[in-house]
Design a protein around this ligand. Structure first.
Ligand SMILES: C[S@@+](CC[C@H](N)C(=O)[O-])C[C@H]1O[C@@H](n2cnc3c(N)ncnc32)[C@H](O)[C@@H]1O
Length: 283
């Protein structure tokens, strides 16, 4: 008897089919033909092509958290470290434009504008802050290089064909990233984060964050990440943003927590949709 297929085998198969459609080698109108003609490619896709996503709409709920850390710390320069950034599109957040009830934020000529629904609005005074970004570093076990067509196709193929708006956001974010790509370190966050934090600049507030990553790593790795943060934060100020389950119904809702070491405790600054569609600012 053969091995059981992986739980995500159907997603990998659909991603492989979508990659064929996006590159003009197959059409949704003839799936049977594609399965037959591209059987080798699709078998390899199921075996070797892991599902990868990078949700740029999440920047819309993250921006007020970055600004809150700038406000709390008084720093005008932030250095960014994202844990599990996938392609690193969210490391480019200051290059996108944002629309909130209290006002817009970001470059007027940005290729990408992000909008969402505010259940409780972001305070206007936060949106007046304009921190500069210094370094942009991501640590990922399998970073996706979207400066290559192959990498871009990889991410796009895991957004389903009828999600036209998400595909457009992704395209525009990729275009932005290609102008000045962030540094992506290939490795485990538990191993690499202490090294990255040891080399942080004194001229900026380093802000580390994670969305949809820590929930997937083993307990021991999570413990090592928290230890690295606490150790670095005891030395000098360090910002941290983490999205975790808000534990209030319905599911798929996040509590966004912000912490500024060494003086501040972690606090929930917002509840948000898991994909960044809505935000409820609580501070
Ligand atoms: C679901 S994706 C989320 C990507 C991005 N954070 C976002 O919100 O769009 C999870 C990412 O975490 C990475 N990852 C998972 N475990 C990791 C680990 N132990 N060390 C580094 N990266 C990890 C995966 O490779 C993947 O790129």
């Amino acid at each position: 008897m053969g091995a059981e297929p992986a739980w995500d085998a159907p997603l990998r198969l659909l991603g492989g089919l979508h990659a064929l459609v996006l590159s003009g080698r197959a059409s949704w109108g003839d799936i049977e033909g594609a399965l037959e003609e591209h059987a080798d490619f699709l078998s390899r896709a199921v075996a070797d092509r892991p599902v990868q996503t990078n949700e740029v709409q999440r920047c819309w709920v993250l921006l007020p958290c970055f600004l809150e850390l700038a406000r709390l710390s008084g720093h005008t320069r932030l250095d960014l470290v994202e844990l599990g950034p996938s392609a690193g599109l969210n490391l480019m957040w200051d290059r996108y434009r944002y629309v909130y009830e209290a006002g817009d934020w970001g470059p007027e000529d940005a290729a990408l504008t992000l909008r969402g629904r505010e259940r409780r609005p972001v305070p206007p005074e936060l949106l007046e802050l304009r921190p500069r970004i210094g370094r942009r570093v991501g640590i990922d076990l399998a970073p996706v290089d979207v400066t290559t067509d192959e990498g871009a196709l990889h991410l796009k193929s895991f957004i389903w064909g009828d999600q036209v708006h998400r595909l457009e956001l992704l395209d525009r974010a990729i275009q932005t990233l290609r102008e000045a790509p962030p540094q992506l370190i290939r490795g485990d966050i538990a191993d690499e984060l202490p090294r990255v934090l040891a080399n942080r600049s004194k001229a900026a507030l380093t802000v580390v964050w994670q969305t949809s990553v820590l929930g997937y790593v083993p307990d021991d790795s999570r413990r090592r990440v928290y230890e690295a943060l606490a150790e670095a934060g005891a030395e000098r100020p360090l910002g941290w943003i983490s999205a975790g389950s808000s534990r209030r119904p319905p599911e798929h809702e996040w509590a966004l927590k912000v912490r500024l070491w060494p003086a501040h405790e972690s606090s929930v600054v917002a509840h948000a949709d898991y994909h960044g569609a809505w935000l409820e600012w609580v501070e």
